[in-house]
Design a binder for this molecule. Sequence first.
Ligand SMILES: [Fe+2]
Length: 206
Amino acid sequence: MYKAKQFNLSGLKGISDQTLEMHFKLYEGYVKETNNLQEKISQILKDGNVDHEEMPAYSELKRRLGFEYNGMVLHEYYFGNLKKGGSGEADSQSSFVKAATISFGSRDLWQADFTGIGKMRGVGWAICYQDPTTDQLSNHWISLHEIGNVAGYNPVLVMDVWEHAFLLDYKPTERAKYIEAFFENIDWTAVEQRLLRPAIRKSHAA
Ligand SMILES: [Fe+2]
């Protein structure tokens, strides 16, 4: 059983408490539904196999589990990389900025790529991952919650761009304003702590 985590994010810049309260409720729904689906799947498995009769229901439950489970986890990453008093600028000496520079040529290019993904039409997420093999950063578009996640890649910075993330504060056409607000509230310490290994260490050793 998963338990919803608590996040104290009141007072962000450009993302209202009203939006956050609504968003926490949606997140709790993903936690609840993940638990429900796991329970239903365990009922089917109780007799030791998935028989022909059960297969359609089982398949649907498994597909929905991918959606709900990723919805739960991605929201935890998202809320976890925001904080009151956050900032748009990561410390230029941080491992994240060094990794972004190695991976993209500059921090600005990394941000242009990440922001570009955030503005893509569709329902989903912009995620900056660290490739565990090369330590490089890599930005990706995720449709819904589960389509496009790269196996084994480590999420470092996660931005929800479903409309529910900003619709109480901005118009549907103003996603760019929400993305600016998101950047004003990033907890770069949390981002830094997610790095598997600071990329710069490897690059210096090379
Ligand atoms: Fe969301």
